[in-house]
Ligand binder design. Structure first.
Ligand code: MN
Length: 502
């Protein structure tokens, strides 16, 4: 997904003040705010559209702009800033009804104190240092989650943090009412991929409904020979493959079957207005192969996906793909598959039976056809590749019974130590932070799933902001994680989420 996708989203820039200082000060406040908004729209690190709203000075104006933000469908949230003092009881009515995320920008128009010029007029105009504290108190008093970003508005780091938050708020809006198709049910007897879909819709906005694979077969049956010809030609053009897969080769028919599945599945998703889907190898009656390359390419186009009925991963992956729009690197469904337990450097090999998104591929993927050990279907077509070294995260969403938990592990992907000539799937190796022993223990104590969303361009902070917008638990395993402290956090959170009614 590209940056253009995010430009459709608006964030409203709301400046708080009051009538106490007279009209001249208010004119200045508005001018400064407009200047900041114009600059924000020019910064490439802020990918959404920033919209200036008139300075709010009364409870009525604040209430009105909050109601308007709620009802503006492409408004992802508010950036709020108190240029002057803006007594916070005025904000109660508006904040009580506001349904959109808030970024509290704690900035100041001037960067430096004008030492030789400063007088009481300047002090009256530029008092966000205390105006923002008064406003912040009310948000804390009302237990409203928000992002606080501190620093001068021309500071690159401030712009980047505003931009990062706006990516998350875009993903949050995209999630509201987002439809996910669950093709078949859950892999039989598997626990962690299950969950409360009603609660997920209440908390995250995800609308997950089940469909039979026959609903897709109706579309694959309707695919024409010329549609298949076109897509197979694209496969031959874009990916490397051996002659057996090419036209006239012994395996070429598998490609035609895979292309038919891709066209049918794509049309099903498009016509249904879905943003993601799941399947499972146990519910495939009517499909000749387990969808491999089709899933890999659909993920690359922005669809969320989870295997074995894992709709929580499908929905989270979609959110991460929206956040990552236009950024270099990719996001994929992933699974902790097997370990390298060499004491001199322990690694995880992540992969799946087939379904790793080509957005994380290093170099040109190789299209291959191999038998699949389970499922009893024809040999599926898949893209095989390695993944570039570099920082990444693994994200898991869990239903803990009384709440959702989002769990993140920061990792460092490394190049494979050796070739893997017999492994017929896409794969990535990573060094988990702080080290495999601690990371895996913490992950298991937290109930983390074997399925994750793997990201090269989304950070833990993005995911934390998303969890806070949803009002769900967030836990991180990173370079600072210590098992004892981590276990205590889990215990405290159990208590917190039992006591607090959300
Ligand atoms: Mn799996």
């Amino acid at each position: 997904m590209t940056n253009t996708f995010l430009k459709q989203f608006e964030v409203w820039f709301i400046t708080g003040s009051q009538h106490l200082y007279g009209p001249e000060v208010l004119i200045k406040v508005a001018e400064h705010s407009q200047e900041i908004v114009e600059a924000f729209n020019d910064f490439s690190s802020i990918p959404v559209t920033v919209v200036f709203k008139p300075v709010v000075k009364t409870p009525e104006e604040i209430y009105k702009v909050c109601i308007e933000a709620n009802s503006k469908v492409n408004c992802i949230g508010l950036i709020t800033w108190m240029h002057t003092f803006s007594p916070a009881k005025m904000w109660i009515g508006g904040l009580k009804v506001l349904k959109k995320p808030i970024l509290h920008l704690h900035t100041q128009y001037n960067r430096d104190i004008p030492w030789s010029e400063i007088d009481m007029d300047f002090m009256n105009l530029n008092q966000s240092a205390h105006g923002d504290r008064e406003y912040g108190f009310m948000l804390s008093r009302m237990r409203i989650e928000r992002k606080v970003v501190v620093g001068h508005w021309q500071d690159t780091e401030v712009q980047e943090r505003v931009g990062d938050w706006s990516r998350v708020a875009s993903a949050w809006l995209d999630a509201q009412g987002a439809k996910f198709a669950r093709l078949g049910d859950n892999m039989r007897e598997v626990a962690v991929t299950e969950g409360d879909k009603v609660e997920a819709q209440l908390k995250f906005g995800w609308s997950v409904n089940g469909y039979a694979i026959g609903d897709v077969v109706k579309y694959t049956d309707a695919v024409t020979a010329s549609q298949i010809d076109r897509l197979v030609a694209e496969y031959e053009d874009v990916y490397s493959m051996d002659d057996a897969c090419r036209k006239g080769g012994a395996r070429h028919n598998s490609l035609r079957e895979a292309a038919k599945i891709e066209v049918g599945l794509r049309t099903f998703l498009l016509e249904g207005g879905f943003k993601g889907f799941t399947d499972t190898f146990e519910n495939l009656r009517g499909l000749v192969q387990l969808p491999g390359i089709a899933v890999q390419r659909l993920m690359n186009d922005g669809y969320g996906f989870g295997a074995e009925g894992d709709w929580k991963m499908a929905a989270m992956l979609r959110a991460m793909k929206v956040m990552a729009s236009g950024l270099p690197g990719g996001n994929s469904f992933m699974e902790d598959y097997t370990y390298h337990l060499d004491p001199s450097g322990m690694l995880v090999l992540g992969s799946h039976m087939l379904e790793i998104c080509e957005s994380i591929a290093e170099g040109k993927p190789s299209l291959e056809v191999h038998p699949l050990g389970i499922g009893g279907k024809a040999d599926p077509v898949r893209l095989c590749f390695n993944v570039a070294a570099g920082p990444a995260i693994n994200v898991s969403v869990l239903d803990m019974g009384n709440r959702f938990r989002i769990l993140v592990n920061e990792v460092e992907a490394v190049r494979p130590l050796h070739d893997l000539p017999k492994l017929p799937v896409a794969r990535v190796l990573w060094d988990a932070k702080p080290n495999l022993k601690t990371a895996a223990a913490a992950w298991i104590y937290a109930g983390g799933a074997h399925h994750t969303c793997y990201s090269q361009n989304i950070t833990s902070e993005h995911v934390m902001d998303f969890a806070e917008m949803a009002g769900v638990e967030f836990m991180i395993i990173d370079k600072d994680t210590k098992i004892n402290e981590f276990k205590n956090q889990l215990r405290w959170n159990d208590l917190y989420y039992t006591m607090i009614k959300f």
